[in-house]
Each structure stands twice: as C-alpha cells, then as structure tokens.
Design a protein around this ligand. Structure first.
Ligand SMILES: *Cc1c(COP(=O)(O)O)cnc(C)c1O
Length: 389
C-alpha cells in the first residue's frame, strides 16, 4: 500500500502519468526511479529501521508504481500485484466463507474460474448476474452480500454496466463495489469517482502497454480498506518484482499518448467492420448502434481499442485470423501491437461451451485489440482478410 502524496493529484492526466510517484533519486539525482533489486533492508538497531523491513511488504520501486497508478485513478491508495489474478485473489480474501458476492455474468474468464472453481470450495457464494440492468443487481442482493463485482465494458462483448447505479445499490446493502477497469483504463473511466470502493486492473494490458510484463494493480480511497488490502497483499504475497514494477512505470509514462491512438484506431476499425459485416455484428461502445452508447458517453471519456466482431462461423473466423498479417493471433490485449483472438477457443476456453453460448460467445466471434500502428495499415490488413467472406 502506498498513500499518494498531496501534490501527486495535481496536473492533467499526462503530467501525472509521467511524474506522479516519481522524483529524482536523492542520492544520485537519477531522473528515473532506481530498480531496488533487494529482498531485505539493513536495520540500524533493534526496532530501528527505515520503514522498509522485507521486500514482500514494501519495495521502493513498487511504491513508485503504486503511487503513480493511484494518482491516475484519482485514488488515495495503490497496490501492485504480480498479476491481475493475484490482485483479484487478494481482494477476494477480504471476504470469508458464507459471504455472498454478486458478479457480472460476463466477467473475464480467469475471474470466473477463480470464483467458480476455487473460492466456491472455500464456502464463498456467487450470483452471476447480467449487470447491464441495475434492477437485476438489486434483485440478486441478499442479507449476506458483501460485494458487487463488475467489469465494464466486458470482455469480449463490450457490454456496459452503469457503475453509479450499481454502486448505489451496493451501498444501500452495505456491500463493496469492486470494478475491473482493465478494458476502459484509468484514461477513459474512473469508477471511484462514480461510487466504487475498489478498482483493479490487469496492468499486463493497457497500463504497461508493451506486452512484456504480467502484473496487477488495485486502488481505493478508504484508509481502513487500504490497511486490510495491504495485510492481504503482504500475507498472500502475490507481489511484483522490482524490475516488473519499473517496466510498468516506463509503460505508464506514455499511457495518455497510447490511449489516444488506441481509441482513434479502435473507432476507425469499428466503423470499417460495421460497414463490412453490419452494425449488429460489431461490438464497440463507440458505435452509435451500440445499445448502451448513451451510457458509454456518460461514464467513459473515450471508447478504447477493443472491438469484437461476429464473423458467422468458426471457419470464417479461422480464415480471417490466418490471413491477417499485421494483427497477430494471440491472447492478451492492450499492447502497442495489434492482436486478434477467438475468445471461445482462447481466452474463454475454461468457460463451459453451454455457458459460453448463453452469454453470446460464439465460435465465430473474433476480438481485436487495436494497437497503435498506422490505421491505414490495419484497415488494409482487415480488407484483405475479409475478402470474399
Ligand atoms: C487479463 C485480464 C485479467 C487477468 O489479469 P492477468 O494479469 O492476466 O492475471 C483480468 N481482467 C481482465 C479484464 C483481463 O483482460
């Protein structure tokens, strides 16, 4: 846990992305934060130390990252983890057997797997709800509900949840609102400002942005919640190494630049796909035809680079992915390079086929992570890949 310093909330987004959490190293003047590659710290006398005792609990490079991301989300406290899943696992350890959690039916496949295949065995209970309709969240609340867990937009169908409405319902029941903000990112959406209690990210994706680190971050405002999260972080120990923390900090410096380009490319590609296969087959909150476009405009400041498209069949999907040259067939998203994946067989393979179909993830669905290459090259690549389909 690292508390943001008062002056770190100042300035615009890009200024914070570059400076928050970092200042020249006092011993050398090094402009960039050193990589504190150490597991422990010398102590002066019994009970006398610098505040750093053992690096599972605290590492100065990690603290720079924690302060940086907290400032980007407008939060008081930041926490860095070894992965997005390590992060949500430590968040879930705020709860206990018998507790009930309302979860979006369409959350990340790994989140579903953690909750359904592991945490359920420890006596936690989950209701999987289509959170697009706040009334369904209200209907699912029970006397033992401790949290409402949302992801908006969802992966890969880009369905939105009204964060402010969901948080109001949760608050009425004394439950926490927890939002996975990996897709929208801190650049386009800040759930804490809409009433959420904890926001988390797979920093593997847009925050780091270069497809070379696995990581997770969480932020919150409440001091007591922060103390409990820090306790879990240190007790469960899913912490990132200093080198990964440093690489992620390098990534966040260009965060604003990258997100603007992801957004511009995402919009152009969604438009092109809508013209090519029809608006109803393209899933992108920035399209006026998206059923929740108004909500997207209200709670997001942009729409990002994630676009999904229904190609009609697994054979069509395979033709497209094998023809694409600039887009690489791979899992993951949010890097500078463009990727394409087939959620049914890749990111969501751990979800049972019947459940996949129920939530709309067909074998013909493709998900594009539009990178920051020249958009003309991306469009030309799509043009040749969709030819004749
Ligand atoms: C990738 C991802 C995760 C999991 O994060 P890891 O860093 O891979 O552990 C969680 N949520 C979303 C939306 C993701 O895209």
């Amino acid at each position: 846990m690292t508390k943001v310093l008062p002056d770190e909330h100042g300035g615009g987004f890009s200024t914070r992305a570059i400076h928050a959490g970092q200042r020249p190293d006092p011993t050398s003047g090094a402009i960039m934060p050193p990589i504190f590659q150490t597991s422990t710290y010398a102590q002066e006398a019994l009970g006398v130390n610098t505040g750093y005792e053992y690096a599972r609990g605290k590492n100065p490079t990690r603290e720079c990252l924690e302060r940086n991301v907290a400032a980007l989300e407008g939060a008081q406290h930041g926490f860095a983890f070894s992965s997005g899943m390590g992060c949500v696992d430590s968040i879930m350890k705020l709860f206990k057997a018998g507790d009930h959690v309302v979860v979006g039916a369409n959350v990340y496949g790994g989140t579903y797997r953690l909750f359904d295949k592991i945490l359920q065995n420890f006596g936690m209970r989950f209701s999987w709800v289509d959170t697009r309709d706040p009334q369904r969240i209200a209907d699912a609340m029970q006397s033992n509900t401790v949290a409402v867990m949302l992801e908006t937009p969802t992966n890969p169908l880009m369905q939105l949840t009204d964060i402010a409405a969901a948080a109001q319902i949760a608050k009425r029941h004394g439950a926490l609102t927890v939002v996975d903000n990996t897709f929208a990112t801190a650049f386009f959406q800040n759930p804490l400002q809409l009433g959420a209690d904890i926001v988390w990210h797979s920093s593997t994706k847009y925050l780091n942005g270069h497809s070379d680190v696995i990581g997770g971050v969480a932020v919150c405002n409440d001091d007591e919640l922060a103390r409990r999260l820090q306790f879990n972080l240190n007790s469960a120990g899913a912490v990132p190494g200093p080198m990964d923390s440093w690489l992620t900090l390098r990534g966040t410096k260009t965060f604003a630049l990258r997100m603007r380009q992801h957004d511009a490319n995402g919009r152009a590609i969604a438009q092109w796909l809508a013209g090519r296969v029809g608006e109803t087959e393209v899933f992108y909150p920035g399209l006026a035809s998206h059923p929740q476009h108004e909500l997207a405009k209200r709670q997001m400041r942009g729409f990002g680079g994630m676009v999904s498209v229904e190609t009609g069949s697994k054979a069509n999907a395979n033709t497209v992915v094998t023809r694409l040259k600039v887009f690489t067939l791979a899992e993951s998203l949010g890097g500078v390079e463009s990727l394409v994946c087939q959620p049914a067989g890749m990111t969501h393979a751990s979800v049972e086929p019947a459940r996949r179909l129920e939530i709309g993830i067909t074998d013909g669905l493709l998900r594009f992570s539009c990178g920051v290459e020249d958009v003309e090259d991306l469009l030309a690549d799509l043009e040749q890949a969709f030819r004749g389909l």
